[in-house]
Design a protein around this ligand. Structure first.
Ligand SMILES: [Zn+2]
Length: 164
């Protein structure tokens, strides 16, 4: 779920990082946190179309799991936020004490994935490839996608690992 965490972290960072938010005056819901609705404005669910809260958004269309209901999307995003909080990437502090109900929000930039490279088996050019660890419920597998920009070579490789 690291791709989801990165996606969510960058949205949280854009809308919340470095801000002091008065929780008495503003009702902060998920769409505010994700920058779909500005803080201080009342959220209208009609504005969610084609945002990250919509199953039709390209992110979910390309996601490795099927996420096809509104509640599943919300749950995924909320889980990602909880995980970012747990890892201290997303932090909320109370600069004036908790009773003041003003929170100061910080969201770290999540590191860019390290680039993996290999040599094309057709033309010896350098290829940057993506390595994904996929969990399909009962087992894990690595998936490598190669696409050479110098020649027409493309390839997809998988290596599975099942629980012993
Ligand atoms: Zn090649």
């Amino acid at each position: 779920m690291d791709d989801l965490r990165r996606e969510v972290a960058s949205r949280l960072r854009n809308s919340l990082h470095g801000r002091e938010i008065d929780m008495m005056e503003n009702r902060i819901e998920l769409p505010h946190m994700l920058g779909i609705t500005p803080i201080g404005k009342i959220h209208d669910p009609h504005n969610e179309e084609m945002t990250i809260l919509d199953t039709k958004h390209p992110f979910w269309q390309e996601y490795h799991e099927t996420v096809n209901t509104k509640s599943a999307v919300t749950e995924k995003v909320e889980t990602a936020i909880r995980s970012l909080k747990k890892d201290d990437i997303f932090r909320m502090t109370y600069p004036f004490g908790e009773e003041a109900e003003v929170v100061y929000v910080e969201v770290d930039k999540m590191g860019i994935e390290q680039e993996n490279t290999t040599t094309c088996m057709e033309c010896d050019a350098e290829i940057v490839y993506n390595l994904d660890l996929v969990n399909n419920g009962s087992s894990y597998f690595f998936e490598v996608e190669l696409d050479c920009t110098e020649c027409d070579f493309t390839g997809k490789f998988e290596r599975g690992m099942t629980r012993a």
